[in-house]
Design a protein around this ligand. Structure first.
Ligand code: ATP
Length: 215
């Protein structure tokens, strides 16, 4: 079996260390060949991003310029209409028919999965790797019954199962807990504060140059 590829989707409005550090840890601890960072065009479940698709893409490219294992993939920006993850995974599966694909998401996103379009189909296209995120718990109060059942029936016993099949398993992974969110960064900038040390310097330089997130 080929070495798995990780996939991290998001609005990245802007990308920050809470995306990048956990992504690198997943890549190294789970032995992925690379992680694709895929910015979404029209996120279906949430308000529209403040920065344009081109600006979000430019920030991502600046963030990973010196890390060849994190690769920006613009396929959702090149597609019209809403960004449904199942469609993206189908297109990735067509490109890599015999490579395990691991769709990575934070615990907050995993808990909201039952609101996603055709969410149960995700596990036929990829594995799911859920990383812990500060402020979010995985238990019977936070998970819907449908999600609990889905987790129980798909949960992997060991991380090596991500390497043994193309798709179908759910794995929970501990990562460094960084209480950073794009919402917090946007609010801070709007209030006139610096975002330095919450995201890579080239991203902060770009935000200032483009005057992003100001009131
Ligand atoms: P916003 O505050 O605008 O909702 P965000 O900071 O949550 O943005 P997204 O682009 O929506 O960032 O997140 C993309 C993915 O990264 C999601 O799966 C999310 O769970 C995960 N993620 C974002 N921030 C963190 C963090 N600090 N720790 C772990 N995972 C994170």
């Amino acid at each position: 079996m080929k070495t798995p590829i990780g996939i991290l989707g998001g609005t990245f409005d802007p990308v920050h260390f809470g995306h990048l550090r956990p992504a690198l840890e997943l890549l190294e601890e789970l032995n992925f060949a690379q992680i694709l960072l895929i910015p979404s065009q029209h996120p279906p479940h949430r308000p529209q991003p403040e920065a344009s698709p081109a600006q979000r893409l430019a920030m991502l490219q600046r963030a990973v310029a010196s890390e060849p294992r994190l690769v920006v993939d613009a396929r959702e920006l090149e597609r019209d209409g809403p960004s449904y993850t199942v469609d993206t995974l189908r297109s990735l599966r067509a490109q890599w028919p015999d490579t395990p694909l691991c769709f990575c998401l934070g615990l907050d996103a995993f808990l909201g999965l039952p609101q996603w379009y055709n969410w149960r189909e995700l596990s036929s296209l990829a594995h799911l790797v859920v990383s812990h995120r500060p402020g979010w718990q995985l238990d019977s109060e936070t998970m819907s019954e449908a999600l609990q059942h889905w987790l129980t029936t798909h949960r992997a016993d060991s991380a090596s199962e991500l390497h043994d099949a193309l798709a179908g398993k759910i794995w929970l992974q501990q990562v460094s807990q960084l209480a950073i969110s794009a919402t917090g960064i946007r609010r801070g900038i709007a209030a006139g504060h610096s975002a330095r040390y919450l995201l890579p310097d080239p991203v902060w330089d770009y935000i200032q140059q483009q005057q992003l997130y100001r009131p």
